[in-house]
Design a protein around this ligand. Structure first.
Ligand SMILES: [Mg+2]
Length: 220
């Protein structure tokens, strides 16, 4: 765990968790470099914002490429280890569940179907009417819909975009660490190696309200 001197007692106020989907609730399997090559969009340019600028024919072609790319990923989708236990823990502790993703709503629902009987309270996917992450409007939609304030949410994701979204939204940010995102660990409020670690933190601070010392590898 890496924490930017985050006060874990702040987890007490959490009433819901907003999850990213790809690489967070599912094991990372999307090679976005391949998608960029297929679309002809270089690194550093936001794909969804870029194709919005294209004319109707090109935009339609781009959406078809993205759809096929996501379908390939969906076919090899693997649910992140510890997900079911975490969802069960959330049910027991009446924590609301939401997903804010840049993936299509169809693929988000495909994931949700695979974790039944657990249900999510609100889903936000790629939608022409909502600015994609890192814009926080999707998270604001969740907050409005679930009648909670942004600071009552924990936002869990695997990319710097998720951390940025969480910060602009006003929630607590948690980065789920993997082989490629460790450089962003200190940008988030705290980071975890696994959902099991996250669940243990929630159990300790949310339910038991136990503020006893934990082994924090603090970085500034
Ligand atoms: Mg992700």
């Amino acid at each position: 765990m890496i924490s930017n001197q985050f006060q874990f007692q702040n987890l007490k106020r959490i009433k819901g968790i907003i999850f990213d989907l790809d690489g967070t609730l599912t094991v990372p399997c999307m090679n976005f470099q391949i998608l960029r090559e297929r679309l002809g969009i270089s690194q550093g340019i936001d794909v969804l914002r870029e194709i919005k600028k294209w004319d109707t024919v090109e935009n339609k072609r781009a959406h078809k490429i993205i759809y096929e790319f996501e379908l390939e990923a969906r076919n090899i989708m693997q649910i992140q280890s510890g997900t079911i236990n975490l969802l069960e823990f959330m049910e027991q502790n009446k924590l609301l569940k939401a997903i804010h993703s840049r993936n299509s709503l169809e693929n988000i629902k495909y994931f949700v179907d695979h974790v039944k009987p657990y249900k999510f309270d609100h889903l936000v996917g790629r939608d022409e009417s909502v600015e994609p992450k890192p814009h926080p409007s999707g998270s604001h939609e969740i907050s409005k819909n679930l009648n909670l304030q942004p600071d009552q949410f924990l936002f869990v994701g695997d990319s710097i975009d998720d951390v940025t979204t969480s910060k602009s939204f006003g929630s607590i940010s948690c980065l789920l660490l993997n082989e490629t995102n460790r450089k962003h660990a200190t940008s988030a409020d705290f980071s975890v190696e696994s959902f099991t670690e996250l669940q243990n933190l929630l159990r300790e601070h949310l339910v038991c309200n136990n503020t006893s010392s934990i082994n924090v590898n603090s970085k500034q």
